[in-house]
Each structure stands twice: as structure tokens, then as C-alpha cells.
Ligand binder design. Structure first.
Ligand code: CA2
Length: 147
């Protein structure tokens, strides 16, 4: 049987992690977080592919291309979380497990961050656990895929 795989998607500005605002997002770089997620996936017997983009259309393309290829999508959509109906619609067309992931807890921040247009089409959301969220999200995807 072929190995199941997870697509990890990172939205705008997450490539700047580790450079600014460590009090909100921690001091790890995106590379550190991807390494943690990859290691956790390997422990669960899953492959993991990562893609970061600052462009909404590129993220939509990656979500569309994931159909029939990846079993789960873990997505930190960055600020697109709060208004991208294009990402919402693309995720709604994906038949596998979808996990929304945030380093911070947007619900405890500015009011405009309290809305997520991704949450309604996600299997579940993991927010506020900092870097641990990347491990927890992969474990949650692995568990959902095995049930
Ligand atoms: O908490 C999260 O993971 C967020 O998705 C991060 C987004 C934010 O817009 C969401 O509301 C919550 C922002 C990512 C930008 O990260 C930066 C990191 C360092 C310097 C500047 C931005």
C-alpha cells in the first residue's frame, strides 16, 4: 500500500517567522516548524510536503492540486484566514481531512481576527499552542486518517 501524505500549507508572511514579533509567534523559523511537522509525520508513517506562499491564488492552486494526491491538508492561512472565500471554496472541494492551524490564538486578539472563513470547512482547528501546534496538528491528522 502507498504511504498516505499530508500537505502542509503556510500563508502570507509566515516566511518571516523568527525575525519579528517573537512574543506572539515564538522564535522558531518556518523551517524549524516544518522540520517538527515532518518528523512527527514520519513517526506516524506519513509523508509530508510543505509549501509556503504569500499569494492567495497560489494557495488555491495547491489546494486544488492536492485532490487525489494528499490525504490531509494542514493549513495556516495567515491573514487569509479572516477573509479568503477563495481558500474557503477550494478547501470545501477537498475530500480529505482538513486542519486549520494557528500559532497564536486569534480569538484572544483583535476583533477582526475572531472571524475564520476557513473554520467552517475544516475537520478541526488547532490554535494558540505555538510550535507545539505543528506536532499536535500532524498527530490529529494521523489519528483522523486511521479512524
Ligand atoms: O497565529 C497564526 O498562526 C496566524 O495565522 C498568523 C498570521 C495572522 O494574520 C493570523 O491572524 C494568525 C500572521 C503571520 C505573520 O507572521 C509574521 C511573523 C513574523 C513577522 C511578521 C509576521
Amino acid at each position: 500500500m502507498t504511504k498516505k501524505s499530508i500537505l502542509l500549507l503556510s500563508g502570507p508572511n509566515l516566511n518571516l517567522l523568527g525575525e519579528r514579533q517573537p512574543e506572539i509567534y515564538g522564535s522558531n523559523t518556518l523551517e524549524d516548524l516544518v522540520e517538527l511537522a515532518t518528523r512527527t509525520a514520519q513517526e506516524a508513517g506519513l509523508d509530508l510536503v510543505h509549501h509556503q506562499s504569500n499569494a492567495e491564488g497560489e494557495l488555491v492552486d495547491k489546494i486544488q492540486e492536492a485532490r487525489g494526491v494528499h490525504s490531509a491538508i494542514i493549513i495556516n492561512p495567515g491573514a487569509f484566514t479572516h477573509y479568503s472565500w477563495a481558500i474557503h471554496d477550494a478547501l470545501a472541494a477537498f475530500e480529505g481531512v482538513i486542519i486549520e492551524l494557528h500559532l497564536s490564538n486569534p480569538n484572544a486578539r483583535e476583533p477582526w481576527r475572531h472571524i475564520s472563513v476557513v473554520a467552517p470547512v475544516a475537520t478541526g482547528s488547532i490554535v494558540g499552542f505555538g510550535q507545539d501546534g505543528y506536532r499536535i496538528a500532524v498527530q490529529a491528522a494521523a489519528s483522523a486518517l486511521s479512524s
